[in-house]
Design a binder for this molecule. Structure first.
Ligand code: NAI
Ligand code: MG
Length: 500
């Protein structure tokens, strides 16, 4: 670990943002875009610009991919456990920067520091340390093909990986891609989300103190001008994408033309089924976590369809509302804040339009929670009061479409067969939870729910070691696990040594 030029944590996020303004990270160095152009980075809590990000375009993509392609062969020749050790060092170094990374991501995303942003920064190391230990597990097989021939399969890196990430948990979602890709011997070019380009850039700068130049590069810029050329670059052999279904399909089509593999982590409308015998308080606590109220509901896994049995429905709604009401919405950097701001104006418009649609739906009851912040500095901030809808059916738009905001639907049910059918009546299939004391019913539901991740009586978020990824339009492939590294960041080669 280089001590002499080690980066010191910068706890003032404005000062740190100033240092990173207008920069990409290519071949180990911070550099402006070829065009010299930038775009504004906005604080969603105030609506004010606080920094500029470099506007990466095709020529920047070409430079980053060139650097990655140059660096990759030597990186792949480092023994796998040694690569793993370097990735573990990255994790440890990131851990020394938790506070600054948390503050910077809070400033650019509007996610509250205490409940979300610091938590995101503090779990990064876990992902790196998990994958670091898997260097020696990039194993192939020996095959009893012919006694006179040594026949083996080996796992080789793919080459240059393109990683396209969203803004909601930018550092964590980046970590889930770059840690396994790097341990497996690939080099990586990341394209950050236009709304949150700085904390991920800082994280890559920190890791570049340890990694050889060119192994990990990061670009900021817009989707069509910077993301699309990264996917299309002929030297990129794999793309791992997290974001919307719509953009995921565009990425998949471009990748199909090149016949390269993709991992797609897309949206969701995850059901939570609460049975009549469930522990209501526990289910309500699970709904708070599941719906990610502290992240303004901006989660692909948000438990946004809560199917609650009619016997406990009213109690559930009252208790859920009381808990959300008790949360404080305000300045993301204030330690007392539970709920921050919505990421961007378009996202704000999208969420408020769904709230309007819900309110206008016959039978709907909208429970609006928490108070708006009163601080005058926040008067232009993108704050939305969380809404819990009761009285909607699974057929309503609010219950069917991904809102990606603090809008929950509580849907009353009576018949078990009908609720399973309703839960599965969705184009999505990312996650689901079941709440009951009856383990036989729980097992039955887990088997019948169409989702990539089903939990009973809990609502854990992504865990290193557990495969995570959706079915149906929620995506393709898995992340976070050992298999995810083998299946998505290596390719198998069969080798026969004829000794006759
Ligand atoms: P998006 O899918 O457009 O953006 C995600 C990433 O893809 C960003 O880095 C973006 O620059 C990039 N991108 C956009 N167009 C591209 C293209 N043609 N080629 C390559 N890369 C491209 O998502 P956006 O616009 O931020 O949000 C829209 C909706 O998507 C949200 O309302 C939400 O429903 C969903 N979403 C889901 C996420 C998830 O975690 N699964 C994360 C973010 C958004
Ligand atoms: Mg978009």
């Amino acid at each position: 670990m280089p001590a002499a030029n080690a980066l010191s944590p910068i706890l003032d996020p404005l000062a740190l943002a100033g240092q990173l303004s207008g920069k990409l990270l290519i071949d180990g160095a911070l550099t402006p875009a070829v065009s010299g152009k930038t775009f504004p980075v906005i604080n969603p809590a105030t609506g004010k610009k606080f920094a500029e990000a470099a506007l990466g375009e095709k020529s920047d993509v070409a430079a980053a991919v060139s650097a990655a392609a140059r660096a990759q062969p030597a990186w792949a020749r480092i023994p796998a456990r040694q690569r793993g050790k370097l990735i573990a060092d990255c994790g440890r170094l990131l851990n020394e920067h938790v506070e600054e990374l948390g503050r910077l991501v809070a400033l650019e995303t509007g996610k509250a520091l205490r409940t979300e942003s610091r938590v995101e920064a503090s779990v990064l190391a876990d992902v790196f340390v998990f994958y670091a230990g898997l260097g020696s597990e990039l194993k192939g097989e020996s095959v009893p093909f012919n006694p006179d021939m040594l026949t083996v399969t080996v796992r080789e890196p793919i080459g240059v990986v393109g990683a396209i990430i969203p803004w909601n948990v930018p550092m964590m979602l980046m970590a889930l891609k770059i840690a396994p890709a790097l341990v497996a011997g690939n080099s990586v070019v990341v394209k950050s989300a236009e709304e949150a380009p700085l904390a991920v850039l800082r994280a890559c700068q920190i890791m570049n103190q340890i990694l050889p130049p060119g192994v990990l590069n990061i670009l900021s810029g817009f989707g069509p001008e910077c993301g699309a050329p990264l996917v299309a670059d002929p030297r990129v052999g794999k793309v791992s994408f997290t974001g919307s279904v719509e953009t995921g399909k565009i990425v998949y089509k471009t990748a199909a033309d090149k016949l390269i593999p993709v991992t797609l982590e897309l949206g969701g409308k995850s059901p939570m089924i609460v049975m009549a015998d469930a522990d209501v308080d526990r289910a309500v606590a699970g709904a708070i976590v599941g719906m990610r109220f502290t992240r303004q509901g901006q989660s692909c896994t948000a438990a946004s369809r809560m199917f609650v049995h009619e016997k406990i429905h009213d109690e559930f709604v009252v208790k859920l509302r009381a808990k959300v009401d008790a949360m404080k919405m305000g300045d993301p950097l204030d330690e007392t804040t539970d709920i921050g701001a919505i990421i961007s104006r378009p996202q704000y418009e999208k969420v408020t339009s769904y709230i309007k649609i819900g309110r206008e739906t016959p039978g709907a009851v909208a429970h609006e929670c928490t108070a708006m912040p009163t601080d005058p500095d926040l008067k232009d901030g993108l704050f939305i009061r969380p809404v819990i809808f009761a009285g909607l059916t699974n057929q309503s738009r609010v219950a069917r479409e991904e809102i990606f905001g603090p809008v929950a639907c509580v849907i009353k049910w009576r018949d078990y067969e009908e609720v399973i059918a309703a839960a599965n009546d969705s184009v999505y299939g990312l996650a689901a939870t079941v709440w009951t004391r009856d383990l036989r019913m729980a097992l039955d539901a887990t088997r019948r729910l169409q989702a990539g991740f089903v939990q009973v009586n809990q609502n854990l978020v992504v865990q290193p070691g557990l495969s995570y990824g959706g079915v149906k339009q929620s995506g393709l492939g898995k992340e976070a696990s050992h298999e995810a590294m083998l299946d998505h960041f290596t390719q198998k080669k069969t080798i026969i040594l004829n000794m006759t």
